[in-house]
Ligand binder design. Structure first.
Ligand code: ADP
Ligand code: ADP
Length: 224
């Protein structure tokens, strides 16, 4: 069973008095353990597609299935529960909470999902360790380098052991060398955990490291 199945997604935005059709019958199937690069020019609708796939937004029409469950017919509470338990997000900017340590930033989403603090801390340390960041556990985001901040954001995305990782230019803010290193770590963690991942990137080098590449063009997914 696929981790993520998108079918017939359409989505328009109002632009002045016109409607801009960003998604127009977009579909995609992501198998368990598969890592797909989502490419396409800026403004093609990659962020919109990821937000719909992660249940942060609704499509105008079409279907989103996560682990086989049709998410369109669910209550908002149920969608939130699925998002928290099954989906990890990584954005271009880390969005870590500045007043909390690296470890706390990974512990908090677990506690929100109902994991006791002690257990969440064990998992948090384990994830930081896998990113080589255990010595930084008690540092706040402002005390970390850009690459370290993004590693913490990746660890946070995996904190609740999701089945699906969605990432939007996850290393887009980093210098090319750091981006490559952090990206490899991301792929290593995702492969190690056997997650399905859909990763938007402008970078063809990074796209080539994934299992396959799909292009969002004129609102549709083209499989190359
Ligand atoms: P990408 O991630 O590929 O750069 P986006 O999904 O961010 O593309 O945006 C696709 C298009 O939709 C852009 O023209 C953008 O301005 C527009 N857009 C995205 N979100 C909104 C929104 N909430 N309201 C209006 N327009 C939007
Ligand atoms: P990227 O191009 O890196 O994907 P954007 O800056 O286009 O990122 O979009 C970042 C976020 O802002 C996305 O969630 C997108 O849906 C939203 N967004 C993009 N364009 C608009 C817009 N014109 N109005 C409102 N929200 C937008």
């Amino acid at each position: 069973e696929p981790v993520l199945a998108l079918q017939g997604l359409t989505r328009s935005f109002r632009q002045g008095r016109d409607a801009l059709k960003v998604l127009d019958d977009a579909g995609l199937v992501l198998g368990a353990g598969e890592i797909i690069a989502l490419v396409g020019p800026s403004g093609a609708g990659k962020s919109t597609l990821l937000q719909i796939a992660g249940l942060l937004e609704y499509p105008d029409a079409g279907e989103v299935r996560i682990d086989g469950e049709d998410c369109g017919k669910l209550s908002d509470d149920r969608r939130t529960a699925i998002r928290r338990r099954k989906v990890g997000f990584v954005y271009q900017y880390h969005h870590l909470l500045p007043e909390f340590s690296a470890l706390e930033n990974i512990v908090l989403p677990q506690m929100i999902a109902g994991t006791p603090r002690a257990k969440a801390a064990v998992r948090g340390r384990e994830l930081l360790d896998r990113m080589g960041l255990l010595p930084r556990a008690d540092h706040r985001p402002g005390q970390l380098s850009g690459g370290e901040q993004q590693r913490v954001a990746i660890a946070r995305a995996l904190a609740n052991a999701p089945s699906l990782l969605l990432a939007d230019e996850p290393t887009g803010n980093l210098d090319p060398n750091t981006a490559e290193i952090v990206f490899d770590e991301l792929l290593r963690l995702v492969r190690g955990a056997g997650l399905g991942a859909l990763i938007a990137t402008h970078n063809p080098e990074l796209a080539r490291r994934m299992d396959r590449m799909v292009t969002l063009r004129a609102g549709r997914i083209e499989t190359a």
